[in-house]
Design a protein around this ligand. Structure first.
Ligand SMILES: Nc1nc2c(ncn2[C@@H]2O[C@H](COP(=O)(O)OP(=O)(O)OP(=O)(O)O)[C@@H](O)[C@H]2O)c(=O)[nH]1
Ligand SMILES: [Mg+2]
Length: 209
């Protein structure tokens, strides 16, 4: 742009309009990665994404009605009034150069057909588990094992439930030794960040250069 025109428009003088070195150095651009958060119905996927997202998380919650009473067991989460019907979406910058885009899956079986689309391009997945209903996370474990996507198992510890050691959960779920198993709290940002860091580390180890 002509410098006089630039100044008239209130812009910077031409020489200051030049891009800075760091703006053009592609090696310094943040790496954007996609992470999937999966697990059984009501295990805390939406809670996890909301707890950690630095942007207003996108949610697709629908009110639960009597119509789903027979399929959706609320014994473990009596305070739950909504369920995810498409996906959750959030973003977290873990470091200057690492941005994670979080995609929460819907937990109910009738929405599982969406998983194939949600996992496309992901570098890894967090499989949330609740020790009071461990079998609920088997479909997610089977899914990521069969498609070869690196994953970590994150036990979302609910208040009042018995606390188990990660190695006990590993044994109960027959999770392979190289897969990290952590006990965390989906409501606590720090706890979620620790889980995401474990996943990124594991994905880097598991994925060939
Ligand atoms: N006490 C406790 N409650 C939790 C925790 N995580 C989630 N909750 C509650 O448990 C319920 C389930 O949370 P959601 O985040 O909606 O679960 P979800 O996995 O997204 O559920 P769907 O999308 O319907 O499968 C909500 O009422 C949360 O407030 C936790 O760590 N401790
Ligand atoms: Mg949800």
């Amino acid at each position: 742009m002509d410098s006089a025109v630039s100044e008239l428009l209130g812009g910077l003088p031409a020489e200051e309009e030049q891009l800075q070195v760091w703006q053009t150095d592609r090696s310094r651009a943040p790496i954007a990665t996609k992470i999937v958060v999966a697990g059984g119905f009501g295990v805390g996927k939406t809670t996890l994404v909301s707890a950690v997202s630095e942007i207003q998380p996108l949610q697709t919650e629908a009110l639960m009605t009597q119509a789903s009473e027979e399929t959706d067991d609320l014994t473990a989460t009596p305070g739950k009034t909504t369920t995810t019907v498409a996906m959750d979406f959030g973003r977290i910058t873990l470091d200057d150069d690492l941005v994670l885009y979080l995609f929460g899956t819907p937990g109910q079986q009738r929405f599982w057909f969406m998983w194939d689309d949600l996992v496309r391009g992901a570098i890894g997945a967090v499989v949330l588990a609740d020790t009071r209903r461990l079998p609920d996370c088997f479909p997610a474990l089977d899914y990521f094992e069969s498609c070869g996507l690196p994953y970590v198992v994150a036990v979302n510890h609910f208040d009042g439930s018995e606390r188990f050691e990660p190695e006990d959960v590993r044994e109960a779920l027959t999770v392979p030794p190289h897969v990290p198993v952590l006990v965390m709290d989906a409501r606590r940002r720090i706890s979620v960040i620790e889980t995401l860091l474990a996943l990124v580390g594991h994905a880097l180890e598991a994925t060939p250069e």
